[in-house]
Design a protein around this ligand. Sequence first.
Ligand code: NAD
Length: 353
Amino acid sequence: MYNIAVIKGDGIGPEIVDASLNVLDKAGEKYGMDFNYTEVLAGGRAIDETGSPLPQETIDICKDSDSVLLGAMGGPKWDNLPGDKRPEAGLLGIRKALGLYANLRPAILFEELKEASPLKEEIIGDGLDVLVMRELTGGIYFGDKGRNDEPAAWDTMKYTKPEVERIARRAFESAMKRDKKVTSVDKANVLEVSRFWREIVKEIAKEYPEVELDELYVDNAAMQLVINPQQFDVILTGNLFGDILSDEASMITGSIGMLPSASMGEGNFGMFEPIHGSAPDIAGQDKANPIATILSVAMMLRYALDEEEAADAIEKAVRKVLKEGYRTVDIASEGTKVIGTKEMGQRIADALE
Ligand SMILES: NC(=O)c1ccc[n+]([C@@H]2O[C@H](COP(=O)([O-])OP(=O)(O)OC[C@H]3O[C@@H](n4cnc5c(N)ncnc54)[C@H](O)[C@@H]3O)[C@@H](O)[C@H]2O)c1
């Protein structure tokens, strides 16, 4: 029996989470797991119902759970609120409150969706599998910020040694299970924080002699991702650069609706969510692609609950349904069959049989 805290969130959040829980329940039946879901509020709906984007009750219930599943937060309705009252404050706040310092974003190009990538076939080669390991609770998003009468505004980028050490270790640990290469991305030609980052990453690298370490400036990394993405295995980077590069990496795979993520704290505790936002433009229309969230559930089974077999089965079920030619509208191409969110979720659940 696993206790899962569920934050459906805003926009397409409830639709994609419902489709995913359907798949998770099916996996539970097949692999002898029971799930006890507790729905909690964060983001825009939490603002509407409680006045806060992150009620304390949500933090408490998440902390008491085995794992957390999140849809997405935010939307135009709350865009004019001040920064600390906006849904995004709920997202940053929950990552911080749960100590989720490592964001794992696999950018995998499924064979069946090769044609969806904006890159040329000779660049993609035989597919793509990059893991972006982004530091999540430090750096410029959390440093001192403010405005004065000058008028001027500032945000401060700061990293402590333990913060860099633990994310670097996660990156090297992950690389050990993959192709044994870490590319650390920074801006060490300009930023002191980046020079500090490099020194520490080099130290940690000594603990993993089998893993090759490469270092790139972020501007070069952004270029390399589109001209030679095959060179990457694990990309290790800070909060700001990771935010941008992981979105770029996701785009070369073709659809933002396909990509899951894990935000991990100490040990196996983590929060699992699609990388995309709440897509208010298609909310409530049964058009959203639930696969990113379904694959997030697979990551939860693998990284948080140690249910590797069930995780593999879900990923296989996704491939099977794609192979059969079913697509949500965002990944549709000529000759494929367009279906809605619910049907996609149901077909993947059925494919688990
Ligand atoms: N983790 C999060 O909760 C998160 C992340 C990013 C953005 N947001 C919030 O989401 C809101 C919308 O942001 P945005 O428009 O910049 O980004 P978005 O990811 O919500 O949408 C970008 C585009 O991708 C499409 N898209 C996204 N997910 C899809 C899916 N599963 N299936 C099909 N199409 C999909 C959308 O329709 C839209 O055209 C904002 O309020 C933003 O702050 C939340």
